[in-house]
Structure formats: structure tokens, C-alpha cells
Design a protein around this ligand. Structure first.
Ligand code: SIN
Length: 323
């Protein structure tokens, strides 16, 4: 058994005004002292996304690192082929989607209605219990381009005027795979996969963070289909307003990957944007993600999210494949 590391002197350096911190002075490949884990968790709750560089993680040690934040989910609601022996690992590499869903998959997903929306999302909010934390490790990354961006959904909420905060505090929204702004429904094979593994939930539009008690917006263009109990045009107008708020540059941070980089984000307080600037370059970009099983969101009125279709997303997830 590997010995626990002595509590190292970790250095936490914020990197942007509202979100993000670099953490150095710690090797996350081995088991960490409890006080180090607590320091890392505290930094995560404060800065929402934390970055480690030059780490030596493989699948097993990434899973072990992830488990220090809580039990992990299965790889992804639609991924039937995680690496052998590592059911928790979701490999992010567009070549895998093209193999599965056809050459046009990426093009179809990119053709979106919102001019400012190019893929902002919070992981798996179609589940009634979206992952609490996501951990992404760079394996092969391009020399130019390929950055990821994150936005602080609590800062976006705090930036609203009090009257608008009070208004959105009482709203709820449906989240599903293949919603109108996801672009996913344009691919027939992927649409079938979504139908066969239907996952739909209704979440509060404002989520109270279970650890810090802070309020944050909890809608994202990737999964939110509509605001419930309002008309379609009202829903669109409200979501337009909220999406323009959550994508304001001042709430974001951008991360330049290198092999061995690891990003850990609080999926209860952030949305993120995968890169869109490498489509035309013939480059490989392969990263591996694990996600920590999440709790059921609660709104400012104390009401929990509701499951509409599917099951809570856990390690027991089974993907139905009927292509
Ligand atoms: C993800 O959405 O989890 C992946 C982000 C990325 O590829 O940069």
C-alpha cells in the first residue's frame, strides 16, 4: 500500500478576478494527507476551478485522486466503452464521437441558434443529481489552441440586480440531453442514443450550494430545454438574459493545457466551454475525465429538483445501446 504523503506546503495562486486558482507544491498522484485534501476542497469551493500542472496521473491514480472528493459516477451517461477496467473514465476525444456518431457529428453540434453560445454547459445536468465535481486530465493536447474556459455561476447570480434575483429565485427549469440549443438533436444516431437512455430533470434556476450556502444560477445552454410554467417566448427571453449573464467575460477563466495538466471544477457552481478553435487543424486532443456523484440540487425555497426520466447518475449507470 502506498504511504500517505506528508502534508506538503501547497501554494494556491488565484488567476482571474472571479474564478480559478493554480495549485502547486503537491503531487496528486499518491494518497494525500487529510489536511491537504481539505485545503484542496476549500480552494475548490472558493475559486470554483483549480488547476494542477506537471502531474503524473494515469487512469488508476486519477480515479484514486477523484475518490478523495467522494464516490465516482460511471464514465458518462452515453459512453458504453470506457477504457477496459476503468469504468469511471470518460475519454474526451472528438475522434471517438465521429467513429460512433458519424463524420458530421461535430459540424452538426456546432450549428447553434445562439450566436454567443458555442457549447457552454455544466456536466450532466439532465440528471436529477448532476455530478458535484469534475476532474479532467490532459493526455495529448495541441501546441496551439484547445483551451477550456469556465464561468462562475455564483458571481453571475450576484451580479444581477436584487429585483431580478428575487424573480429568478422562484423559477424552475427542465434539463435534458438534446435540448433545443445543444445541437445534439441534429444527429440521428445520437438522438436515438438519447431516446434509449432518456435523462430529464427539473432543477431550480437558482441553486443553493450544499457546502457554502451561496446561491448560483443553475441553467446552461447545453442542457436546459426551457423554464417551466411560463410561455415558450417568456422562457426564451429569460434564458437569453441568463445565458448572456453567465457568459460575461469577467466571470470566466481560460486554461491552457499541457500534458499532465489537471483541472478540478465545482460542477455545482460553474459552467464550462470546450474549445472551438481547433476544428480546422489536424491535431489530436485527448483528455480523461472522472466525475464525483452529485447531490440533488435545492433552490432558495428549499425545494429539491425532480426526476422526470431516467435514474440518478451513479456508479451503477448502464448505457442502453441499440444503434
Ligand atoms: C468537458 O466538457 O468535460 C470537456 C471539456 C474540454 O474538452 O475542454
Amino acid at each position: 500500500m502506498t504511504a500517505l504523503q506528508e502534508a506538503p506546503t501547497i501554494v494556491i495562486r488565484p488567476v482571474a478576478g472571479h474564478i480559478g486558482a493554480d495549485i502547486s507544491g503537491v503531487d496528486i498522484a499518491g494518497p494525500l494527507a487529510p489536511e491537504t485534501v481539505q485545503q484542496i476542497k476549500d480552494a475548490l469551493h472558493k475559486y470554483k476551478v483549480i488547476f494542477f500542472r506537471d502531474q503524473q496521473l494515469g487512469h488508476a491514480s486519477q480515479i484514486a485522486f477523484g475518490r478523495q472528493f467522494g464516490p465516482l459516477t460511471y464514465a458518462h451517461p452515453h459512453d458504453e466503452a470506457p477504457p477496459d477496467g476503468y469504468a469511471e473514465i470518460f475519454t474526451v476525444d472528438p475522434r471517438r464521437y465521429e467513429k460512433r456518431y458519424g463524420d458530421d457529428f461535430r459540424k452538426q453540434v456546432r450549428r447553434r441558434r445562439y450566436s454567443y453560445f458555442t457549447g457552454w454547459h455544466t456536466d450532466v445536468t439532465a440528471a436529477v443529481n448532476p455530478p458535484a465535481v469534475s476532474i479532467l486530465r490532459a493526455d495529448v493536447v495541441p501546441e496551439i489552441g484547445g483551451d477550456t474556459q469556465w464561468t462562475n455561476l455564483q458571481a453571475a447570480y450576484e451580479g444581477l440586480s436584487p429585483a431580478v434575483q428575487a424573480f429568478v429565485d422562484g423559477l424552475r427549469a427542465e434539463h435534458r440531453y438534446g435540448g433545443p440549443d445543444s445541437g445534439l438533436s441534429r444527429n440521428a444516431t445520437y438522438s436515438k442514443r438519447i431516446e434509449d437512455n432518456l435523462l430529464v430533470a427539473i432543477h431550480p434556476v437558482v441553486r443553493v450550494h450544499p457546502v457554502t450556502g451561496a446561491k448560483g444560477l443553475f441553467v446552461n445552454p447545453g442542457f436546459t430545454s426551457h423554464i417551466v410554467d411560463v410561455s415558450a417566448s417568456e422562457s426564451k427571453a429569460i434564458l437569453d438574459l441568463l445565458y448572456s449573464e453567465i457568459t460575461r467575460p469577467e466571470y470566466t477563466v481560460r486554461f491552457r493545457w499541457a500534458p499532465g495538466s489537471v483541472a478540478v471544477w465545482d460542477n455545482r457552481a460553474t459552467s464550462h466551454l470546450a474549445p472551438t478553435d481547433i476544428e480546422h487543424l489536424d491535431v489530436q486532443r485527448t483528455l480523461h475525465r472522472v466525475t464525483v456523484i452529485g447531490d440533488v440540487p435545492v433552490g432558495p425555497d428549499g425545494r429539491e429538483s425532480e426526476l422526470v426520466a431516467g435514474k440518478p447518475f451513479t456508479d451503477k449507470h448502464v448505457v442502453v445501446v441499440d444503434d
